[in-house]
Structure formats: C-alpha cells, structure tokens
Design a protein around this ligand. Structure first.
Ligand SMILES: [Zn+2]
Length: 331
C-alpha cells in the first residue's frame, strides 16, 4: 500500500497537480522551489512554497505543509482515503487520450504504406521492426487524418481543439515520423519529426508530459538522458533500455520530479555535440542544476559533431557507446 502511494505521488507530482488547479507560482526562490499565494488560506503576499525535488509544500502563513495527499485533504476537505481516490481519478486518461490513441494507431498503419518513411528510418539506423512496433512509431503522410477520424465519430471541431487539424482543416502532421508520448501508459502527446524540409520538431499544443517511456525506464538506477527520440530509438535498439528523453534540453517541473524520485539514480546526459558549442553548454548547465538538486549527473562526450543517433549511423557499436559512458565526466 505504501509503495503504491509513493508511486501515485511520483506519477502526479505536487506541482503538476497545483498547476492543473490553476496555481501559478509568482517566482522561484531556487530551481527546486516555487513560491506563490497559498491556496489554503487568504493572503496577499505569497508564502506558499513548493519544493519540486522533495515533492512537498509548506506555507509560512498558515503553517501547514506536507505531501500531495495532505494537500488534497486540506484543499478539498476530504478524509485520507477519499483524497487518494480523488488523486487516482486524476491519473486516468484525459478525454483526448482516446483520439490520440486512434491517431497513433492510424499513423502506425501508414508507416508500412509509405516507402519514404521506412527509408528515412533506415537512414537513421532504425531497422528493428519489433522496436518500431514497441515504440509505436508511425508516419503521417498528411492529408488523410480527418476522413479517418470523422468516420470514427470525432467531429472537425474536436480535432481542431486538440490541434490535430488547423482551422483550415489541414493536418498538423505532414510528412512526419510520429512518436506517441506515453510517460505513464496512456498517450499525452504526439511528437512529429519532419522527414522533409519543414522545421524538424513538432508537438501538439499542451504539455509534452513527463519523460519519454518513464514507466519502463524508472526501474533503472542509472539513466541515460538524450535530447531527441531518434537518439532514444537507436540506443534502445543497441540495448540501452535505460534511455529516456525530455524532447529538447529543457526539463519540465514534472520531468525534474521524475529524475529526482527514489531510488537515487545517476543520470548520464548525452546531448548533441554540435560545432557551435550550444549543445555542450546546455548539457553542462543542466548537469550542474541536476547536481545542485542532489542528482548524480555525468556528462558524456561523443566525437565532435555527433548526437547519439548520428554516432550509431556512422557505425558506432554498443561497445563504443559504452566506452563513452565510462569516460563521462562530472560537471
Ligand atoms: Zn497558507
């Protein structure tokens, strides 16, 4: 039961719950701590503190503090058991999850009908059909989603609201490889990687959710963090199943909480080694922030100009990559 409650609190971080209920921090006193007006008592000056790493709150105004469940007890005036039940309900899929599932399934079928998509993935070193299936990778050719979803009973307006179509009825994803983001089993967003000249990255509006595939990665005490989903895919293919992805170099509060949750883990950052040093700088900064949040962070250097995906495409083996991990430095 206790372990169950721990998992509940990790899956729905306190800050995320507060933000869903329209709490906005006025400022951050540190990278781990956010301050705002107390939702539990009337006040004009912010004295309600949320510590993202500890996943706890404390109000200097009314003197109350605790974890997520304690907050719900106080906020909704519910006894303990009902607070837990309320939180479990908050974790059930959102109304758009059904449409996103249908969309992802549709795009998965499209993948095998469009040789340009399969060729693109092969060019990125991805040949393992079972892995593509496991990650739910699909392809959006563009132009055919609306008819499919309309036939399943989803209205035009609904698809526009979710962002799958724009106001003119054009597909949000066109000529893009699709990765469904499932931090906790159900889909919270779709990521589309352009195979053409369009801007490479695209997510639907709304949260990018937690860390990619966190449900399966969280069991590892050593975690590899990469920037992109193609990086993640080649690493999984090479056997590094402890790889997760934040989709970019910026971590959301929910992702911070996930990395910091027990067991105490080591995080290996493998970001792009681009020529202009921007990637190295981003990873160094993030590594320092992780360190100051008490997370054991390591910086992994790949040969210049490489990201994990291009490194494998250029012929690196799992042993080569393991050697890079061994030579990782502390920030
Ligand atoms: Zn208060």
């Amino acid at each position: 039961m206790d372990e169950d409650l721990e998992q509940l609190k990790q899956r729905l971080p306190l800050l995320e719950y507060l933000q869903r209920h329209n709490w906005t921090p006025c400022r951050a006193s540190s990278r781990q701590e956010f301050v705002g007006l107390c939702p539990l008592h009337q006040e004009s000056r912010p004295s309600f503190y949320v510590n993202v790493r500890k996943n706890l709150f404390y109000c200097h105004g009314c003197g109350r503090g605790g974890d997520l469940i304690r907050f719900v007890e106080l906020f909704l005036h519910l006894p303990f058991r009902e607070s837990v039940a309320h939180l479990r309900q908050q974790l059930t899929p959102t109304p758009s999850a059904g449409i996103l599932e249908q969309t992802a399934a549709f795009y998965q079928l499209q993948l095998h009908r469009h040789p340009e998509a399969v060729q693109y993935l092969e060019g990125r070193g991805l040949r393992d059909a079972a892995l593509l299936e496991e990650l739910g990778i699909g392809y959006a050719p563009g132009g055919n989603l609306q008819r499919h979803l309309n036939a399943l009973g989803y209205s035009f307006d609904r698809l526009v609201r979710i962002g799958l179509l724009n106001g003119q009825g054009r597909d949000a994803f066109s000529r893009r490889i699709i990765f469904p983001c499932r931090p906790h089993g159900h889909i919270v967003n779709l990521y589309g990687r352009s195979i053409g000249a369009a801007f490479p990255h695209r997510l639907l509006p709304g949260s990018k959710g937690g860390l990619f595939a966190w449900e399966s990665v969280r069991q590892f005490s050593t975690v590899i963090l990469v920037e992109g989903l193609l990086d993640l895919a080649v690493l999984w293919q090479a056997g590094f199943r402890n790889t997760t992805c934040a989709i970019g170099t910026h971590l959301t509060p929910a992702q911070w909480t996930q990395l910091g949750e027990p067991p105490r883990r080591s995080v290996y950052l493998v970001f792009d080694q681009d020529e202009n040093q921007a990637g190295q700088q981003a990873s160094r900064q993030l590594a320092r922030r992780l360190q100051s949040a008490g997370i054991d962070a390591h910086l992994v250097q790949l040969p210049p100009g490489h990201d994990p995906n291009s490194y494998f495409v250029a012929g690196a083996t799992a042993a080569d990559f393991a050697a890079c991990l061994e030579q990782a430095q502390c920030p």
